[in-house]
Design a binder for this molecule. Structure first.
Ligand code: IMP
Ligand code: MG
Length: 189
């Protein structure tokens, strides 16, 4: 993996390699393929952060499936959540009676995923499960499980592979984390 990355005076170090991400996605997809055998789930990506993870995950899924997207905003341009979640784009699909799998890039405070759960449950799905590539240890204030977790990570700010810093660096192929000496600086979805 590449060297240190500097953005706005913050330094990010290599954290999870492309190879590790690819391998873990295969394992998660294997479990999902077996859990949804004979079913036609709808995978719901949460924009913007999950677009790369969803694209890679879906290509390892071998059951019939559909795709839709929510778009949420919570971080603005900061490294710390605003604590407020806004729905910027609703679903186009019919959720009622369907097997729904929500795909997130990262569960940090848990506010976004709890917000989504609430919206989807009102539409009476047949089932509802959650996939997140990353889960920040000890932070999420949620009282339900994330069914498929790629990596549990410390509560550090991370970028790359869809995750942004002030809307940039989503295109990095691997995941980087803020180095400790820079972690007091200001800070994004
Ligand atoms: P929440 O705090 O669990 O509601 O997380 C909201 C969203 O913020 C996530 O889906 C990500 O898009 C974004 N986010 C959370 N933590 C990070 C991070 O460390 N880096 C970049 N984006 C993040
Ligand atoms: Mg997200």
């Amino acid at each position: 993996m590449a060297e240190l990355i500097k953005i706005n005076g913050d330094t990010f170090e290599p954290f999870i390699t492309e190879e590790k991400i690819r391998q873990r996605i295969k394992e998660l997809a294997g479990r999902i393929n077996s859990d949804y055998r004979g079913k036609t789930p709808i995978f719901i990506g949460v924009l913007n952060g999950s677009f790369i993870f969803l694209a890679d995950l879906i290509r390892e899924i071998h059951v019939d499936c559909e795709i839709d997207f929510f778009k949420l905003s919570s971080y603005g341009d900061a490294k710390i959540s605003s604590g407020q979640v806004t729905l910027l784009k609703d679903l186009n699909c019919q959720v009622e009676g369907r097997d729904i799998v929500v795909v997130e890039d990262i569960v940090d405070s848990g506010l976004s995923i709890a917000f989504i759960k609430n919206i989807i449950e009102k539409e009476n799905p047949m089932s509802l499960k959650f996939v997140s590539l990353l889960l920040k240890k000890g932070i999420p204030k949620i009282d339900f499980p994330i069914d498929y977790v790629g990596f549990e990570i410390p509560p550090d700010f991370v970028i790359g592979y869809g995750l942004d810093y002030a809307q940039k660096v989503r295109n990095l192929k691997s995941i980087y984390r803020l180095t400790p000496q820079a972690s007091t600086a200001s800070g994004n979805s």
